[in-house]
Design a protein. Structure first.
Length: 269
């Protein structure tokens, strides 16, 4: 397991800093259930930070809950695609699942048009979209005031960039809902009734996309294109919004999913 991440501040609130530090100490002492409670408290209070999700993923893994661990690694990478320790732990956790099921791919239009944006954070794409938009209007203003050579071409280029970055920012603000099987076995039915025929089964850690939720059920699709209805209580949702994974009993793990170096601060390995 990579060392837990430490951050210097959380939304500038000392209460959050204290809870985060207490959670890290509980993790270091081997109290993974206690650490989970405190990380989840921060998440429920809208503290959204890659380090919180990453550390929560490590605590869930050590507590024997592979599904919620994968959920939190996905959340950390959603916020910071460059967090390699989370990517490495996610990969190792997935290899410990029963079927090693791949993550469902984004829609084809997104893969075609936004193939370049997967390693950029949401904050970065927002900043790039804003800068390109400002540059576009500045170039238009310059052209109206004093036409210069290549001003029109530059305005066209920056306009295209503004649209591209704007589309990327919108897509990152409205991600496709991803869920992970939290129970050991999750039955996927043809309809929203427990008496409906079981179409297939998910196993702890399997990732699926969700396109509809209704009355405690979620319509899920796997990377292989299998589709059906599963009960919410057997799934943990990546979000946003960041819902707490369902509580299930599990035995603590002794094995370590990663040997990555500690990128920030000190912590248990």
């Amino acid at each position: 397991m990579s060392a837990i991440l430490c951050i210097g501040f959380l939304v500038g609130a000392s209460a959050y800093e204290d809870t985060f530090a207490d959670a890290n100490r509980a993790y270091a002492a081997g109290d993974y259930a206690g650490a989970i409670q405190m990380y989840e408290q921060l998440i429920s209070e809208s503290v959204v930070h890659p380090a919180v999700f990453y550390n929560a993923g490590n605590a869930y893994y050590r507590n024997g809950r592979i599904g919620p661990a994968i959920v939190n690694y996905e959340r950390a990478l959603q916020l910071d695609p460059g967090l390699e320790s989370a990517r490495e732990n996610l990969s190792k956790a997935v290899r410990e699942t029963k079927r090693h099921l791949a993550r469902p791919l984004p829609p084809e239009w997104e893969q075609s048009l936004l193939f370049w944006h997967y390693n950029l954070s949401r904050r970065m794409t927002n900043a790039l979209a804003a800068l390109a938009w400002i540059a576009f209007w500045m170039l238009l203003g310059v052209r109206q005031w004093r036409p210069l050579r290549y001003t029109r071409r530059a305005a066209v280029v920056t306009g295209i960039l503004a649209v591209a970055f704007g589309l990327s920012a919108w897509d990152k603000a409205h991600p496709e809902l991803l869920a992970v099987a939290s129970d050991d076995v999750v039955a996927v039915h043809y309809g929203t009734d427990e008496n409906e025929t079981v179409r297939f089964e998910l196993y702890a850690g399997d990732r699926v996309t969700v396109d509809k939720r209704a009355n405690g059920w979620a319509r899920v699709t796997t990377a292989d294109g299998e589709r059906g209805w599963a009960q919410d209580r057997g799934l943990a949702f990546v979000g946003p919004p960041y819902e707490r994974p369902p509580d299930t009993a599990a035995a603590p793990r002794a094995a370590q999913p990663s040997a990555a170096a500690n990128p920030q601060g000190a912590g248990p390995r």
